[in-house]
Design a protein around this ligand. Structure first.
Ligand code: NAD
Ligand code: UDP
Ligand code: UDP
Length: 316
């Protein structure tokens, strides 16, 4: 692995992806410090980890400086669902800009490697399809999604400026729509919304005509890619991570209804502003850098793996 020491700080560690990363690194023998405000994260995501003496949770907002030791930092703190990142847009922007600057300052002081969770949102409503890492994107700087999109773009800029100016060892990944267990029932993103609505027999809320596309990645594939990239020498990214099977939201709804054996109908709602029409990662660069990595879990199988979790979680 080439690390010698082994303390990983995972910001957003109580969130959906962060909690899976905590488990992955604990299982690999690392000491894990999760940092979270529990704003969109859940205590239940980390409860099973608390009995492990190598796991620690710090309730802390990364907008404030953080003093601790680290060999690796995974910066995943940031609300990720449009409903949540738009509910306090200024805090979202501060988290991406001030929070990432603090984590880069921590990486600079401790000489830790830092992996930044960026997003396919940096491509905005893309004019290039599928999206390659070389595409600069089509992003509205003043719209309702901008606090997230532009915040994440500024965070990428900071990563590369700390790399060039202070030789900080950065890794930047652009994550495409990922789903799975540990997403909050009220997360608000499409996969969790549709599954929970189908399980409750409620209508599935389709925004727009449902012909917009996304490419959905099961969380285990994503975490495997992150783990490999965190251990890869001599590559900074940015690197796309996700699954390149593309679906319309109507296709997703049909699949969810079939997999949950539900009688739910679809109800159409207005499309939110600046909602991207299409999205699919070009994984050529990722596969060349991560060698034997590729997304393995098909959407139909990933939904089957996720539904039992949502059944349990939506009872609480
Ligand atoms: P999530 O909302 O479940 O997790 C985010 C976590 O960060 C939560 O636990 C939240 O409480 C915490 N947090 C937010 N702001 C914080 C702050 N200022 N200080 C400390 N903790 C804070 O979302 P997720 O899907 O797990 O996303 C994790 C990361 O991955 C985010 O940075 C997100 O932008 C990125 N990402 C996710 C996806 C996806 O499809 N899931 C896609 C692209 C990028
Ligand atoms: N920082 C932090 N933890 C550390 C070191 C720095 O949170 O262990 C914060 C620091 O408070 C500053 C930011 O990271 O706001 C950037 O640090 P850097 O050293 O680059 O900036 P400077 O202090 O020189 O402005
Ligand atoms: N969407 C939908 N119904 C919902 C939630 C989302 O039709 O209940 C749509 C949304 O408008 C978008 C797509 O599904 O076109 C993916 O939305 P999500 O919020 O999951 O992620 P993002 O837009 O950030 O990719």
């Amino acid at each position: 692995m080439g690390f010698g020491r082994n303390r990983v700080v995972i910001t957003g560690g109580a969130g959906f992806i962060g909690s899976h990363l905590c488990t992955k690194f604990l299982n690999d023998g690392w000491d894990v410090v999760a940092v979270d405000t529990f704003h969109t994260g859940q205590k239940s995501n980390i409860e099973p980890l608390l009995k492990n003496p190598r796991f620690k949770i710090l309730t802390h907002d990364i907008i404030q400086p953080l003093e601790c030791e680290a060999d690796l930092i995974l910066n995943f703190a940031c609300p990720a669902s449009p409903v949540h990142y738009q509910s306090d847009p200024i805090w979202t922007m501060k988290t991406s800009v001030l929070g990432t600057m603090n984590m880069l300052g921590l990486a600079k002081r401790t000489k830790a490697r830092i992996l930044q969770a960026s997003t396919s949102e940096v491509y905005g409503d893309p004019h290039q399809h599928p999206q390659k890492e070389t595409y600069w994107g089509n992003v509205n700087p003043i719209g309702i999604r901008s606090c997230y999109d532009e915040g994440k773009r500024a965070a990428e800029t900071l990563c590369f400026d700390y790399h060039r100016t202070h030789s900080v060892d950065v890794r930047v990944i652009r994550i495409f729509n990922t789903y799975g267990p540990n997403m909050a029932v009220d997360d608000g993103r499409v996969v969790s919304n549709f599954i929970v609505q189908a399980l409750r027999g409620e209508p599935l809320t389709m925004f727009g005509d449902g012909k917009q596309t996304r490419s959905f990645c099961y969380v285990d594939d994503l975490v495997d890619g992150i783990f490999r990239f965190a251990h890869t020498e001599g590559a900074t990214g940015p690197l796309n991570l996700g699954n390149d099977d593309e679906f319309t939201m109507l296709e997703l709804a049909e699949l969810v209804v079939a997999k949950t054996d539900s009688k739910s109908q679809i109800i159409f709602k207005p499309l939110p502003a600046d909602d991207p029409k299409q999205r699919r990662p070009d994984l050529t660069l990722t596969k060349s850098i991560l060698k034997d990595w590729s997304p393995k879990v098909k959407l139909a199988d990933g939904l089957e793996k996720s539904i039992p979790y949502f059944k349990e979680a939506s009872k609480k």
